[in-house]
Design a binder for this molecule. Structure first.
Ligand SMILES: Nc1nc2c(ncn2[C@@H]2O[C@H](COP(=O)(O)OP(=O)(O)OP(=O)(O)O)[C@@H](O)[C@H]2O)c(=O)[nH]1
Length: 344
């Protein structure tokens, strides 16, 4: 059986990976996708933001797969392989701080993985408004651009045309081999992105891991798993080890106007070390969930999917940044909860 096509979607926190993934699912209706959604927090928000179709969506929330190449990934690859007749193309949405080279490693070096999975391309989504600061502060952002085959410059409507040209030159300098695409209004150039395949010898020739021959199964303590764990262990010291996540959960209904107000003040005054906030919010005044997102100083509060009748309605908010104080965030969000007397 032919190996399945694999695409890795990378890009810094909030660049627009899930948005582009949704555009891909909508545009390429003739392809059945399997999706691995990796998030650094223990709870997945993104999986709830992917448009529902026939896609097989697997969440991998135990940490960033670029650092913890653990059993979970192999189990997922094995499980997907078992259902290989039901999908055509695997997309891995990496966390916003992942080094795509580490994610690509097993696909490039392990014979048994290669037999089932053919890594065709790495696509990097870049936030035109924030990338300049991200390149200065975060080595992850540079690695993501440097390792990609296509770079999609996103959110260009937020910057000037001249600045877009400057950014193109910067991106070209970091990665002269990549094709740079500009996202136009609601057009993420999906077909173009997927038409491009990686150069066979482009990647930095990771050292091959010796692998025993056999079935495509990695779940039984094979040497490959050992090799990969050793590889993972040797990569434990990451540049993004200073990045932390906080998860806050509330069962009470939340006042969306108050939330908007608090968030706007927070973003103006205090958000320097916060890269990303994303949340699914429960407010009794709405039949649907409310989606809260911040990237840099931008705030978006939108309607999500309706709650299902038997679903537990609760708010889940993930904050990603450096030196985060749980108490402060908890206090801010608690002031947005309706009190019992307000609900009467
Ligand atoms: N203005 C503008 N906003 C965009 C565009 N693409 C995405 N966004 C917004 O940017 C925010 C983050 O988008 P996501 O697609 O969730 O980003 P992501 O890269 O998946 O985020 P993480 O998974 O947290 O790293 C959302 O509020 C999107 O609506 C764009 O082209 N223009």
């Amino acid at each position: 059986m032919k190996a399945k096509e694999v695409t890795i979607l990378t890009g810094f926190l909030g660049a627009g990976k899930t948005t582009v993934l949704n555009a891909v699912i909508s545009k390429m209706k003739d392809t059945r996708f399997a999706i691995i959604e990796n998030e650094i927090g223990s709870e997945s928000i993104d999986a709830g933001l992917i448009i529902k179709g026939d896609e097989d969506i697997v969440e991998l929330n135990n940490g960033c797969i670029c650092c913890t190449l653990n059993d979970d990934l192999f189990e997922i690859l094995n499980n997907l392989w078992d259902k290989k007749d039901s999908w055509d193309h695997l997309i891995i949405e990496a966390t916003g701080i992942a080094d795509p080279a580490n994610i690509a490693h097993p696909f490039l070096t392990m014979d048994q993985v290669k037999r089932g999975y053919d890594l065709k391309r790495v696509i990097c989504i870049v936030d035109a408004e924030l990338i300049e600061d991200q390149l200065k502060e975060r080595p992850e952002a540079i690695k993501q651009i440097a390792f990609s085959d296509s770079i999609l410059l996103n959110k260009v409507e937020r910057v000037s045309e001249d600045y877009v040209k400057e950014l193109q030159a910067v991106l070209k300098a970091i990665n002269p081999f990549a094709e740079i695409l500009i996202a136009a209004q609601d057009d993420f150039q999906v077909r173009k992105m997927f038409a491009r395949e990686r150069f066979a010898n482009f990647y930095s020739n990771p050292k091959p891991v010796s692998t025993p021959r056999g079935m495509f199964s990695l779940s039984n303590g094979t040497d490959e798993k050992q090799s990969l764990l050793a590889f993972a262990a040797s990569h434990q010291k990451h540049e993004h080890s200073d990045i932390e996540t906080i998860l806050l959960k509330y069962k009470e209904s939340l006042n969306i106007e108050e939330l908007e107000h608090r968030m706007m003040v927070f973003l103006i005054v205090q958000s320097a070390n916060v890269y990303r906030i994303k949340g699914i919010i429960y407010s009794h005044l709405f039949q649907s969930r409310i989606i809260l997102q911040t990237v840099g100083k931008s705030l978006s509060i939108t309607l999500g999917e309706n709650w299902l009748p038997d679903e537990i309605k609760e708010t889940k908010i993930v904050v990603i940044g450096k030196g985060l104080k749980v108490f402060g965030f908890d206090k801010m969000f608690r002031t947005c909860l309706y009190t019992e007397s307000e609900l009467k």
